[in-house]
Every structure is written in C-alpha cells, then in structure tokens.
Design a protein around this ligand. Structure first.
Ligand SMILES: C[S@@+](CC[C@H](N)C(=O)[O-])C[C@H]1O[C@@H](n2cnc3c(N)ncnc32)[C@H](O)[C@@H]1O
Length: 252
C-alpha cells in the first residue's frame, strides 16, 4: 500500500503535465521526496529544488544523485524573488510550504512569472486546523490540535493552520488560471505510519512551544493528550484523518 507522501507525489506527477525533458521546480522542496518521485517517472527532467534549509537540501542532493538529467538544489528564501528567468519552468510544485510565508500571494505571483505559457503549477497543503485525532478528552484535544495549527516554530516566519482551505481561493485570486481542486484524505485506525509521525510532530512541537513559554498547553497536558491517544490505539478505538488540499493551475 503506498504511503501518504507517495500518493500525494503521484498526484503531483499526474497533474503537472508531462515535463519529460523540461524543468520541474519544487518550492520548499525539503529533503526532496517530490523531486525523487519526478526523477523516477521522468529520469531526463531538469529538477530544481529551492529551500532555505541547507540540511534538507543536502539530504535531497544525496537522494537525487543518481538522477540522469540536471539537478539544481539551491538555498533560497522563498519570501524573495525566485532566482529564475521569466517563462522558464514547465512545472512548479509545492507541498506544505505556503503557511510558512507571511505573503503567500507574492509567491503565487512569482510562480506565474517563472512558468512558461501553458506550464502547470500543482500546490498542496494540509489543513492543520482540521486534523481529526480520537482518544483524548474533547476539551484537551481541541486545545492541543488548535495549538498545533497555530504554532510557528523558529524555522517558520509565519503559521496559518487554515491555509489548506484557503488555497483554492488564493490561487483563484492570483494571475494563475485555476484548473482543478481535490483533496487527499489520509486516514488510519492504527497509530502507525503517517498518523504516528503526525502525532509525534504534534507532541514534539507543543513540548517545544511550552518550553518557549507560549502557554497554549503545558508540557504535562501534551503528555496527557499523547497518553490518551496511545491508550486509544492500544484499545482499538484510535482514528486519525488529515486532509490535504491540492490545487492544479496553469499560466494561460
Ligand atoms: C513542512 S516542510 C515541507 C517539505 C516538503 N515540501 C515536503 O512536502 O516534504 C516546509 C519546508 O519549507 C521550507 N521553508 C519554510 N519557509 C521557507 C522560506 N521562507 N524560504 C525557503 N524555504 C522555506 C522549510 O525549510 C521546509 O523544508
């Protein structure tokens, strides 16, 4: 069974046109999972990844070292102008980046600028304010999940846990032509795989936020929430769902 990321990247590839020999740009590429998926399908494509994290780019370089076509992995602050000429990219993709940017509309304008006419943009974002995690008492669970959606750790300039639901409207308001909107819902009755990673993300992020003195939830409340979720998993009553919103657009 494919993982959540594999399903997401398969959809990216389906919706990104056919950039066999062309340039695919991943904005906020992180450790390069989407570019690796493009590499498997289009071994000759010119793959470009931009991210601010040198460490993530290093992992992406390692991952893409057997790619046949050109690979460029460049440290870039995506709040700035993209270091690409006008009309140079065939496909631009981005996953779970936009909430980090204080002005997502600026990046959408930039995507339009660098796409060639007819080129495709495929943007995806989880709506973190709509996470479903059963197990903990309702009031504690609401506070924990909403605190996670609002949390901006030091590596993020901004945090908008509702960007998933806003993504179709943001693209519609941009110079891009919106073509298609869909959701990918990952659900699980097991505390394993993507569900376990996300529950772990929440626990780690909110423990760090408590240490920074943000006070949404205290460290012991995070542990209380986590223990309740784990017990639900042991008792067979765990359920998890995360919705990613995917928007495909093109430059007319
Ligand atoms: C949640 S990760 C997503 C990574 C990847 N797209 C994925 O789906 O696995 C967000 C990425 O955006 C990058 N990022 C956040 N703000 C950025 C900025 N202003 N400029 C460049 N990269 C940024 C982070 O370094 C991180 O790698």
């Amino acid at each position: 069974m494919p993982t959540t990321n594999e399903m997401l990247h398969d959809r990216f590839i389906d919706l990104a046109g056919r950039p066999e020999q062309g340039m695919v740009v991943d904005l906020g590429c992180g450790a390069g999972p989407a570019l690796a998926a493009f590499s498997r399908r289009f071994p000759q494509a010119h793959l470009t990844g931009f991210d601010r994290s040198e460490q993530a780019l290093e992992t992406a370089r390692e991952r893409l070292k057997s790619h046949t076509g050109a690979v460029e992995l460049v440290p870039v602050d995506l709040c700035e102008k993209l270091p690409l000429p006008d009309r140079s990219a065939d496909s631009v993709v981005s996953s779970n980046l936009l909430e980090c940017l204080p002005d997502p509309a600026h990046l959408l304008n930039e995507i339009w600028r660098v796409l060639r006419p007819g080129g495709r943009a495929v943007l995806s974002h989880s709506d973190f304010d709509a996470l479903v995690i059963s197990g903990a008492p309702v009031e504690l669970d609401r506070r924990v999940c909403h605190a996670f959606a609002d949390d901006a750790p030091p590596w993020m300039d901004n945090s908008d846990g509702r960007i998933g639901r806003k993504l179709p409207g943001l693209v519609q308001a941009s110079p891009l032509t919106r073509m298609h909107v869909e959701t990918l819902v990952t659900s699980s009755t097991e505390l394993a795989g993507h569900a376990a990673r996300r529950v772990g993300d929440i626990r780690g992020a909110l423990r760090a936020a408590a240490q920074r003195g943000l006070g949404w939830v205290q460290a012991d409340e995070v542990e209380e929430w986590y223990d309740a979720v784990r017990h639900a998993a042991d008792a067979g009553s765990f359920f998890f769902a995360e919705t990613a919103v995917i928007v495909a657009a093109h430059r007319a």
